[in-house]
Design a protein around this ligand. Structure first.
Ligand code: XMP
Ligand code: MG
Length: 180
């Protein structure tokens, strides 16, 4: 049987160097903006795990991190309905929350998560996304930090998957079916 990673080709969209440079810039900006605040990063699993790991190591500030597991995607299509697959382990109340998300697409996931967090009475909610597919937006949602704006292609790599595969690529690319 053919390995799924051999059935597709990945055209590089953002190189490892471009990603690292931009993530450093954003991490520095967040560190300046949130200096001396009581920050809790909320990393949205699974897709944001690589981005979150790079971001927190490039930040120059004190913060905690929690992970939440959400799911709205099946294959290459959004199911339109977000599910929480885990709960918060850290207290949200009174904290400055920074949500770390891999991709902002229609906006459904982030809108849902921001509402869920708001119920828990944080001091503030800020959002940091790696990729913004602005042209695919269906629900308006404010984003304070965005690393890259991209088109409406299905992308993989740097933590982002296709049915669990391709997360380990150090770059981000567009998934295409191999003609071989
Ligand atoms: P919405 O539409 O709710 O979608 O803004 C955001 C979630 O969908 C995932 N997503 C993708 N996952 N390749 C992926 O592997 C993609 O091109 C893609 N576009 C959206 C993403 O994980 C995010 O949580
Ligand atoms: Mg996701």
């Amino acid at each position: 049987m053919m390995n799924i990673e051999e059935k597709y080709v990945v055209d590089v969209l953002l190189s490892e160097e471009e990603i690292q440079k931009r993530v450093s810039e954003v991490a520095l900006q967040i560190s300046k903006d949130f200096k001396d605040k009581e920050v809790l990063l909320v990393s949205v699993l699974n897709g944001s795990f690589v981005f979150s790991a790079d971001l927190i190591r490039k930040m120059d500030m004190k913060c905690k991190i929690d992970f939440i597991s959400l799911s709205s995607y099946l294959g290459t299509h959004s199911q339109g309905k977000v599910k929480i697959l885990s709960e918060f382990k850290e207290d949200i109340i009174g904290k400055d929350i920074i949500i770390i998300e891999d991709i902002l697409d229609t906006g459904t996931t982030l809108d849902f998560l921001k509402r869920e967090i708001a119920f828990k009475k944080p001091k503030s909610i800020t959002t940091c996304v790696l990729l913004d597919k602005k042209c695919a937006r269906k629900t308006e949602v404010d984003v304070e930090y965005s690393c890259f704006e991209i088109g409406n292609d299905f992308v993989v790599g740097y933590g982002i998957d296709y049915n669990g595969f391709f997360r380990g690529l150090p770059y981000i690319g567009i998934l295409k079916e191999s003609t071989q």
